[in-house]
Write a protein that binds this ligand. Sequence first.
Ligand SMILES: O=C(O)c1cc(=O)[nH]c(=O)n1[C@@H]1O[C@H](COP(=O)(O)O)[C@@H](O)[C@H]1O
Length: 321
Amino acid sequence: MDRLIDAIEAADNPSVVGLDPTPHVVPDCLVTALEPEVAREVDASELPTERLAVAYMEFNRAIIDAIADVVPAVKPQIAMYEALGPAGLDAYAMTCGYARSRGLYVIGDVKRGDIGSTAQAYAAHLSGLPVSPGGDAIDVWHEDAVTVNPYLGSDGIIPFVTAARDHDKDAFALVRTSNPSSDDVQECLLQDGHRLYEHVADLVSDWGSDTIGDHGYSRLGAVVGATHSDEGARLRRRMPHTFFLVPGYGAQGGTAHDIAPMFDDRGSGAIVNSSRGIIGAWRHGQTLDPSMGVEEILAVVSRCAREAAISMRDEIRAALA
Ligand SMILES: O=C(O)c1cc(=O)[nH]c(=O)n1[C@@H]1O[C@H](COP(=O)(O)O)[C@@H](O)[C@H]1O
């Protein structure tokens, strides 16, 4: 986690922009304006997905350029890209690569978790894949960290922790998620009197305990939703060496007041994500005219995203002051 914490300190901003493009968030007129260019490159059967994938990439590039000096990190959610098939996955990898080339730490929100042998294969997100036995690994996805689901236990997670340790990367395990129905599972009362999420928190602390870095945090972080402020405060005390990824800010209702208790007493220990609240900021009050060209559309989108990212940064700074 040291690289992420250094980047947060350099930006003086513990927030991350989620790059979660959807047909609702990416302006229709951008897709239309780019279409003639895409149509020249691909055959008609590929056009529906290629046109969205190209629009996602151009949209992301503009947002990344607009926020690269404001935030330390981005978190692309792979589901949005996977929905487009191979063209979408290309856009995902290109987005990660571009963000990295702009100096941003990339959290690939892939939420993997499976039996040991499969988890080992998924861990190539962090380790890369050697093309031949003993050969150099190719970093296909360009991520610095990924999100993982700990429900399968240690054999689903340890391959990621090992890959993270060997390749100077990190992982974040779901502990107390932001969604409304998370209580169905995570609040279950165990026989020993603890809630299930508390038990998972203890496992996550333990799984990461051999990888604690110079800043005192392990390479295995925890996802703790901004919508669970009280539990987040308790988890902060329970997991002193676990860095938190805190989604649920903005669009899901989490506020700067809610997330403040998830930081340690040095003002470190967490990074807060907002996706729609930043990349969809243009939708609040901006009318994009279909006659506008690509550059003009992207200028509006990126200006709104930058303003939203700066507001979020300033709100969090004020809450932590
Ligand atoms: O792992 C995550 O990032 C995650 C965990 C969680 O508990 N809640 C949650 O919303 N997320 C992700 O964080 C992002 C939230 O998006 P917005 O609600 O638009 O800010 C999405 O990519 C979610 O998949």
